[in-house]
Design a protein. Sequence first.
Length: 250
Amino acid sequence: MGTVVRCHGCSLVSMVEHTGELVRCSYDEDYYRRAGAPGPGYRDYFGAEAAPRSEISSALADMVLSLTLGARRVLDLGCGGGFLVNALAERGVDATGLDGSDHAIERARANTGGGQFTRADIGASGLVGEAVFDVVTMIDVIEHLPDPVEALRWAAGLTAPGGAIVLLTPRYGGRLLAEQGAAYVHFNSDHMYYFTEDTLRTTITRATGSDMVEIEDVLAFVCKQGVSIPDSMARKYSMERESMLAVLSP
């Protein structure tokens, strides 16, 4: 799987191979349907997990739009199967999803939810032209990226003046890590980095030059926006995961 290390300089935690390089993962069809097989990925992302993912994405879409009133164009980076993109499209938003996985984009395009999808890696040049977006979302993405600073800098360049980046990532170092130890749910080779609130804030500021960042636990953040939290979301972010939401104005 890899070795978890902490930077002496900035305290950011990462997972590395025996060579000292960051771990790598293939986001192919097997990643999205492991069916109990060992390794990183999902048990049945497009099957049994699809319904709760749709519910959670609907709540996230409502939260995003409550934060950014009047938003008309949204880009979801690392969109996976496109659940959030389609939830936004259903609310009348011009929503685009971008992901580097051929399989994920193929499945997202097969779902006639109204979203638009591009197969490309985050940070690639010439893929969205001169487009700017009112909101750029990165939901459970930044921990998978080899250079989160550059990814955030790229995302900021796609965000319209007065717009926002909405980021969700696991919160490292809480109850689950203390209880699970080496079996911590997020210790897998698809996660290159593990953020605390402090290291996430430092990463964001380094990338964007902005300290206008609000960070809070997912359920508290969503609830504060007056959005109804479905049972699937309450269960995921209170029992199965500890995650945080960050909203920044680059």
